[in-house]
Design a protein around this ligand. Structure first.
Ligand code: COA
Length: 509
């Protein structure tokens, strides 16, 4: 395999843009070519998540080739939900490493801000499992349910968890304030974090990445340059929450990381900084654990201790991350690597405490369903040593097995595994919307919509009923439980014989 280097890199400013999607892609491409020794490429690889629904465009690869004035060049679109940019980068890497192409242009982009939040939320939710989405689940809602599980698993109080999430938000907004390409360039205070509205409990506005327009680009080449892609890895995970072994980590990231570390011959200890997929603040915490930077349950403490700040020993999201730079879904996977390259070359406004030679970018597709890890180094970096600690990577499932179907008929009762109250709902659902993952009596999990929003807590017992293709739940109140217990007790007492029979017996000899 040939070594694959990164030549020019470029990006549009992220935020609200009046440009068309094709216009954004062209601006990013021109920007990457403007600082590249390579001016002609053999092919285009384009990452974009859902132009069909966001802008009404399909056949996007041909459209971009035409807009760039390179008709005749091979152009292909790659899509893996919100990691589409990283997927395009990895596909392009494979084409160059194999020797099939020498130079390729990788692009990632999305245009989202012209639609209402409810419409965007509905489109984004199409990447999640159908049964879960039919109840009104969205990306923030599922992220919130994972967060609640994380809190429970690591025995964090509500206020402790909130403080940790607030630290991530404050750090990334502060980092973004130095980034001229970021959507938000204002630092936030603890006060403004706690004053911000709930999007889906316990996640607030400042825990979520925004809705963004933008594009990023880079040229990959087999011609020796100053920055090399030394490791790539990809892993998949289940679409739905209910099919997961763990609600507090992403197996897809662990698989991707193990592959990338192995290819680069390196380990988490040798990474100088990382750009990770902080679409939601808790995802940054979980991701730093999945990547092996911190032990399980230790990601939040690391943020609180300042270990991941710009001045810390392992800066995470020095660019501001998706939280502050913005998240045009198809663009982010490319944008992260563009930021990494700028920082390795020393081309960023905010400097790290020590010189960085080796960095990592991690991108998440959907709810951790298709994740990528890319390791990038300066060509003059000292050779990486073999891993001393290998990240805990469970092997990918090798044998295909059919997805478990939903229980039918359901038992009618269950227990809350995790829950949220969603305040920013997709088209067709009114807020506030209670959502919970329920373990029904026979053991299977299903997503259900609450008939009201009170008494929600992990472990609470619920009644379940099915209406069409949705499940509805009602939390059993204290009174209902007492009534049920009484009814059970009464059932155990043998019924008294009818009066007539009793007197007949009495009169019998
Ligand atoms: N972080 C910080 N500020 C934000 C923000 C965010 N995520 N989203 C919006 N804002 C700001 C806006 O700039 C605006 O500020 P202004 O009043 O000074 O102009 C204000 O907050 C209100 O913005 P608005 O667009 O009305 O917010 P909204 O409620 O419609 O949308 C979210 C906010 C968080 C619901 C929306 O950004 C969202 O859905 N994000 C998640 C996207 C997602 O799921 N991506 C896929 C992940 S893989």
């Amino acid at each position: 395999m040939a070594a694959v280097y990164i030549a020019g890199v470029g990006m549009t400013k992220f935020g609200k843009s009046s440009q068309t999607l094709a216009g954004l892609f062209c601006e990013a491409a021109v920007s990457a070519l403007s600082n590249s020794p390579i001016q002609e490429v053999d092919a285009l690889y384009i990452g974009v998540m859902n132009p069909e629904e966001f802008t009404g465009d399909s056949n996007i690869a041909s459209q971009i080739a035409e807009s760039l004035g390179v008709i005749g060049l091979p152009a292909v679109r790659v899509e893996t939900a919100s990691s589409a940019g990283a997927a395009a980068l990895h596909a392009a890497w494979q084409a160059v490493a194999s020797g099939y192409y020498r130079h390729v242009l990788v692009l990632g982009g999305e245009k989202m801000t012209h639609l209402s939040t409810s419409a965007t939320t509905r489109i984004l939710a199409e990447v999640i499992d159908k049964q879960e989405r039919q109840c009104g689940s969205t990306m923030p809602a599922l992220a919130a349910m994972i967060t609640e599980r994380y809190r429970k698993r690591y025995r964090l109080s509500h206020s402790r968890l909130e403080r940790m999430l607030c630290r991530v938000a404050m750090k990334n907004h502060k980092n973004g304030s130095h980034n001229p390409y970021a959507q938000f360039r204002q630092a936030i205070t603890e006060k403004s974090y706690f004053a911000s509205k709930f999007v889906s409990t316990p996640l607030r506005l400042y825990d979520c990445s925004p809705i963004t327009d933008g594009a990023a680009a880079m040229i990959l080449t087999s011609e020796r340059g100053d920055v090399v892609v030394s490791g790539i890895g990809q892993g998949t995970g289940p679409l739905s929450l209910r099919e997961r072994d763990s609600f507090t980590s992403f197996r897809a990231t662990q698989i991707a990381a193990a592959r990338a570390y192995q290819m680069a011959g390196t380990s988490p200890k040798e990474i100088d900084f990382a750009e990770v997929h902080d679409a939601f603040t808790p995802f940054e915490i979980i991701c730093t654990e999945d990547l092996g930077f911190f032990p399980r349950g230790g990601g939040g403490h690391a943020v609180e201790e300042g270990k991941t700040s710009l001045e810390g020993p392992l800066p995470i999201n020095p660019s501001g991350g998706l939280k502050s730079r913005g998240h045009p879904v198809g663009a982010s996977g490319v944008a992260q690597v563009v930021e990494v390259v700028w920082r390795l070359r020393g081309d960023t406004e905010a400097k790290l405490k020590r010189e960085a030679k080796r960095a990592l970018a991690q991108s998440t597709g959907g709810l951790g369903a298709n994740n990528f890890v890319t390791i990038v180094e300066r060509a003059d970096a000292p050779l990486a040593t073999r891993p001393r600690i290998s990240p805990s990577a469970p092997p990918a499932r090798q044998r295909p097995s059919a997805k478990k179907s939903l229980p039918a008929p359901i038992s009618g009762e269950g227990r809350i595994e995790t829950f949220t109250i969603l305040y920013v709902t997709p088209d067709g659902f009114l807020p506030p919307l209670a959502l919970a993952l329920i373990r029904e009596r026979q053991g299977s999990l299903l997503m259900a919509q609450g008939e009201d929003i009170s008494h929600l807590k992990i472990g609470r017992e619920v009644y379940l009923r099915q209406v069409g293709d949705r499940y509805l739940f009602t939390v059993k109140s204290h009174l209902t439980k007492v009534r049920e217990a009484l009814r059970k007790l009464l059932r155990r007492i043998p019924p008294r014989p009818p009066k007539g029979k009793a007197s007949a017996k009495k009169g019998a000899p």
